[in-house]
Design a protein around this ligand. Structure first.
Ligand SMILES: Cc1ncc(COP(=O)(O)O)c(C=O)c1O
Length: 373
């Protein structure tokens, strides 16, 4: 059987990872400034993560959501404390798309409405509602094009006001920082106005923190730079450090109803062991401090390079925009300099390294990057 060929692949077979480095099958070592697409938060094969998952799978790998699971409670308590959302409730699923899917569904259950406001260049995942609020017609199949979404420019508060005034909008969904869209940060003012408007009209404000959350921006969630408290927050990627986990943080405005949401695998024992280890390491190793310190260094160094058009970002979520396609630069970074990076569109290199990135790896990246340029 062949693999269903939907991914254009780099010709490299990564077989091992440790910290912020990965190795291919020929033993060549690479600096990981990509984190497997913003997934690796506490570094590859962190000993506490390995121990937590190994011990859990040897004890109990899975049981269903029909019995008490105190591991879920422990993750919820710690996440609540570390993120500042202690009064919110937590619903576990398995991926980012599923988190957004459930957020939109819950919003519609609550206010009975069907239309969603999303923003240009947004990416929210590939399940039916998540893809429908994603601004990319190429990945929306006819069966998913159900007319639920109105796309507005990021920052268009008058547009949001006008659409909500029509009375049928259930939710506004927005990324803490647009990732796939090219590291575009909504302004503090826009987020604050959005929250106010949503509060006044009973519209649900959903913050998609799947890429920008779990410490990547230098705060637990990127929207916390704007001092807002959305109705729902979705996260995935970094909270599992590679274990597939999705989470939905839900404000106390919402009352749970038995059977309204559900999942077989969400919040299973192994997932909780993984998320628990991520939170433990984030706290005990002060990863937010590292993100802010190393992120600041990278932003400053990169901003000083002449042929770059713009450097955008917060913490360790950085976009480097050129006035021409970056395909060759990225290719040479990988194959000549052994540095993994991400991409947005054609002209933006995206840096999404593990939050543990040491300063000397950041310095080494800058040296290799300048060499390629
Ligand atoms: C902002 C954002 N939302 C949602 C998703 C979808 O997450 P998943 O691929 O885990 O379904 C992604 C994935 O890249 C993302 O970046």
């Amino acid at each position: 059987m062949n693999l269903y060929d939907v991914y254009p692949l780099f010709d490299v077979n990564i077989v091992k990872g440790k910290g912020c480095r990965v190795w291919d099958d020929k033993g060549a070592e690479y600096i990981d400034l990509y984190g497997g697409h913003a997934v690796i938060s506490i570094g590859h094969a962190h000993p506490r993560y390995v121990k937590a998952i190994s011990e859990q799978v040897a004890t109990l790998g899975f049981y269903s959501n029909s019995v008490i699971n105190t591991l879920q409670q422990r993750v919820a308590e710690k996440l609540g404390r570390m993120s500042g959302y202690e009064d919110y409730s937590l619903f576990f699923i398995n991926s980012g798309a599923e988190a957004n899917e459930n957020a939109l569904k819950l919003s519609s259950f609550k206010n009975g409405k069907k239309r969603v406001i999303a923003f240009r260049k947004a990416f929210h995942g590939r399940t039916s509602l998540a893809v429908e609020v994603t601004d990319n017609p190429k990945i929306i199949a006819p069966i998913n094009a159900n007319g639920h979404t109105t796309y507005l420019e990021l920052g268009d508060i008058d547009g949001v006001r006008e659409e909500i005034a029509k009375g049928d909008v259930t939710a506004v969904i927005i990324e803490g920082i647009q990732g796939v869209g090219g590291i575009r940060i909504p302004t503090v003012e826009f987020l604050q106005q959005l929250q106010q408007l949503c509060n006044e009209t009973g519209t649900t404000l959903i913050l998609d923190e799947i890429q920008s959350g779990c410490g990547r921006s230098g705060r637990f969630f990127a929207h916390q730079w704007a001092g807002i408290t959305p109705d729902m927050i979705t996260q995935a990627k970094g909270i599992g450090n590679g274990f597939p986990i999705g989470m939905l943080l839900i404000s106390p405005k919402f009352q749970p109803v038995y059977g309204e949401l559900g999942t077989t695998f969400g919040g299973n024992h192994l997932a909780c062991a993984a998320a628990g280890a991520v939170l433990d390491v984030m706290e005990d190793e002060n990863l937010l401090d590292n993100v802010n310190r190393v992120g600041k260094y990278l932003m400053e160094e990169l901003s000083g390079i002449e042929c770059i058009k713009e450097v955008r970002g917060r913490g360790l979520m950085i976009g480097i925009e050129f006035d021409r396609p970056i395909k060759e630069i990225r290719h040479r970074l990988l194959f000549e300099e052994h540095v993994f990076t991400g991409v947005s569109g054609t002209n933006v290199i995206r840096l999404l390294p593990p939050l543990t990135l040491p300063m000397n790896d950041a310095e080494e990246f800058v040296r290799r990057f300048k060499k390629v340029l």
